[in-house]
Design a protein around this ligand. Structure first.
Ligand code: PRP
Ligand code: URA
Length: 207
């Protein structure tokens, strides 16, 4: 199983608790998801490569940092959009690629339906965004598509994960870094994470 980076910051756990709460409204759900996304992305970029630059302050010239590589955000449609909305303002020059994958409700198998990937993937730090890592089928499918398009440095940011999803990723894509706020105990008979937070896309978009 991949050893994920589990973000245990108190604010992360407070936002996660409100996301889990059954009666959190759609607006509140989006707000907490965005705040948690900021925290997860900050942790996910802790080791981001930077390039030295010189900067002129009003007083003197001094050393500074710039992005060493392009940053590409890849929300898995739909629920990943809820994370992207908060993360893009932190890296406003990032490229945004989209991967559309819907889980078949009967089989829980991923059904890819859309992909728009940029040419810069090979040289980029790629952040795959999806609130839920359940069976891992969707994440594995997205990573496969990203690697086929040239990506080599991929970090998955997810709010809630579980052992099954982490094991699936470890088996197919052991090089992917996973940053998450929680590793829940497992899945129910419908392949929903338990305790989880329910259907992230439905709760985020009110459907
Ligand atoms: C959810 C979630 C992940 C996937 C996780 O998306 O956002 O993409 O399920 O499950 P898995 O690890 O078993 O593949 P869903 O397919 O429900 O689509 P949505 O984002 O449009 O709600
Ligand atoms: N997709 C979700 O949105 N939630 C789960 O628990 C599993 C898959």
């Amino acid at each position: 199983m991949i050893s994920p980076v589990i973000v245990v910051h108190p604010l992360a756990q407070i936002h996660l608790t409100e996301l889990r709460r059954q009666h959190t409204s759609c607006g509140q759900f989006r707000w907490h998801l965005q705040r948690l996304a900021e925290i997860l992305f900050t942790e996910a970029t802790r080791s981001l490569a930077t390039a030295p630059v010189r900067v002129q302050t009003p007083l003197v010239e001094t050393a500074g940092s710039a992005f060493a590589r392009s940053v590409v955000l890849v929300p898995i449609l739909r629920a990943g959009l809820g994370l992207q909305e908060a993360i893009l303002p932190l890296v406003p020059e990032a490229t945004v690629a989209h991967v559309g994958i819907a889980r078949d409700e009967a089989t829980a198998l991923p059904m890819p339906y859309y992909a728009k990937l940029p040419a810069v993937l090979k040289e980029a730090d790629v952040f795959l965004l999806d609130p839920m890592l359940a069976t891992g089928g969707s994440a594995c499918s997205a990573v496969t598509q990203l690697k086929e398009a040239g990506a080599t440095r991929i970090t998955l940011i997810c709010v809630v994960s579980c052992p099954q999803g982490l094991q699936a990723l470890a088996a197919q894509h052991p090089d992917v870094t996973v940053v998450t706020a929680a590793v829940d105990p497992g899945l129910n008979e419908r392949s929903y994470i338990v305790p989880g937070l329910g259907d992230a896309g439905d709760r985020c978009f009110g459907t």
